[in-house]
Write a protein that binds this ligand. Structure first.
Ligand code: URP
Ligand code: ZN
Ligand code: ZN
Length: 462
């Protein structure tokens, strides 16, 4: 099957030019001017005049079908990757979980079963490790060899996910020696637990207390500690879902010292703020996620961090729970509200609108932040994350001038609310190709459950 995309404005992390792209099978075969005059037997032509042609988005932080907080995230690998594709994201890296006593491979197998036959686009896995005695450390190397080259460790959620500093240090040493990467949920969960118990004892049960018991200093302390541990272990570290200036300063200081500290932020921290928790009628529960939304003064600092490359990636931390029956579990106790929110579908448009269209970042940086940098850091590049001869034909044709209004009534995520209900944004994903197959075309779904393949990732670029 040969597909020709003509006359599009091709944008990568470094290029910007008008040309045609020939896709042969699953990969990009040629890029050039007027390819129709030199190539025969073209099966399909897509006119991309006046459209951006960009690498498919990569979201390296999603939680499909995650058991958490007494329930499970409401998107599975089918609905979640489908919604992602509608928004121009063609690869996700999801978090498998190792529970206490499990071998790492045993844990991973459960997530393979969740994804196989369901994922509509390609996917990789990180592994959340919760139980890493010394005898299990060699299993980290075995997973890296199998293409799962990153691991998430938690400084938060004592009794559930939290691991101690010694374990973090040893895991970093092993990962670092073998080309793996530790992704750190950096928040002082022990102190946060004390604050949560104090708040509840005072009768403070409303959603806003989720934020008020998770100060920015708790995050900054975690980030500082994670980077110090990584420095001692001679390994890189990747801070996930960084939410505030306090934490960003720690990353900035480390990078100024030449340390291998990397970090992502998410649209919710760039665009939403603490005031959402003050909404009446339990509406604040929609925004209960960890770290919480912060004071609005943090937002421009984060954008600045994205421009200066102190933050390298914009992921979503997509972890949706419906208001009905799920968020409601915490109606009388904020600590029982399942933590997480939906976002995988609108990342590209939100960042295009608030980033590019509003002059905060340029087009190349947009592509880098939403695709290329994650591909490099997580060992997917150049198969994914760029438009180049030989790369997978994961391509998005994006109309930079069309508007859309975001709403739960029209979105494709399996969740009963949108964090951005009623927001109008400029920039719409029109056509999406996943390994050469058109899976979204002008609002219509053309993809297939099970068509997504596991991506065996290489070593970290960090
Ligand atoms: O609230 C969040 N972020 N839920 C997902 C789990 C995590 O820590 O990423
Ligand atoms: Zn986390
Ligand atoms: Zn997460």
């Amino acid at each position: 099957m040969k597909t020709l995309i003509t006359n599009g404005h091709i944008v990568t992390a470094v290029d910007s030019y008008v040309a045609d792209i020939l896709i042969d099978g699953e990969t990009i075969a040629m890029i050039g001017k007027d390819l129709a005059s030199v190539v025969s037997n073209i099966d399909r032509t897509i006119d991309a005049t006046n459209k951006l042609v960009i690498p498919g988005g990569i979201d390296p932080h999603t939680h499909m079908d995650l058991p958490f907080g007494g329930t499970s995230s409401s998107d599975d690998f089918e609905t979640g990757t489908r919604a992602a594709a509608f928004g121009g994201t063609t690869s996700i890296i999801d978090f498998a979980v190792q529970y206490k006593g499990q071998a790492l491979n045993e844990a991973l197998d459960v997530w393979f079963q969740k994804a196989e036959g369901k994922a509509t686009t390609d996917y990789g896995f990180h592994l959340i490790c919760t139980d890493l005695p010394d005898e299990r450390l060699p299993e980290l190397k075995s997973l890296i060899d199998q293409g799962v080259s990153s691991f998430k460790l938690f400084m938060a959620y004592p009794g559930v996910f939290l691991v101690d500093d010694g374990t973090i240090f040893k895991a970093m040493s092993t990962a670092g020696e073998n080309g793996g990467l530790i992704c750190m949920h950096a928040e002082n969960g022990v102190v946060i637990d004390v604050l949560v118990k104090r708040a509840l004892a005072q009768g403070h049960t409303a959603p806003k207390y989720h934020a008020l018991t998770r100060p920015t200093r708790a995050e900054a302390e975690g980030v500082h500690r994670a980077i110090a541990l990584a420095e001692m272990a001679n390994s890189p570290v990747y801070i996930v879902h960084l939410s505030c200036y306090d934490a960003l300063k720690e990353v900035q200081n480390a990078r100024d010292l030449g340390l291998r500290a990397y970090a992502e932020t998410c649209p919710q921290y760039l665009l939403l703020d603490y005031s959402y928790y003050e909404r009446p009628d339990f509406e604040g529960a929609k925004y209960v996620m960890t770290p919480p939304l912060r004071g609005i003064e943090n937002q421009e600092k984060l954008w600045k961090g994205l421009r200066s490359d102190d933050l390298q990636v914009i992921s979503t931390d997509h972890c949706p729970f419906c208001m009905k029956e799920q968020k409601e579990l915490g109606r009388d106790d904020f600590s029982k509200i399942p933590n997480g929110g939906p976002g995988v579908e609108h990342r590209m448009s939100l960042i295009y609108h608030h980033g590019v269209a509003q002059g905060r970042i340029n087009l190349n940086r947009f592509v880098e932040l939403t695709s290329t940098a994650a591909a490099k850091i997580f060992g997917l590049f150049p198969k994914k994350g760029t438009i180049a001869v030989g790369s997978d034909a994961d391509i998005v044709i994006f109309d930079p001038n069309r508007e859309q209004t975001i709403s739960a009534t029209t979105h494709h995520m399996r969740v009963d609310y949108s964090a951005y209900e009623g927001w109008t944004v400029t920039g719409v994903t029109e056509v999406v190709l996943s390994r050469g197959n058109v899976i979204v075309e002008n609002g219509e779904w053309k993809g297939q459950a099970g068509a997504g393949q596991f991506i065996k990732r290489g070593l970290t670029g960090a």
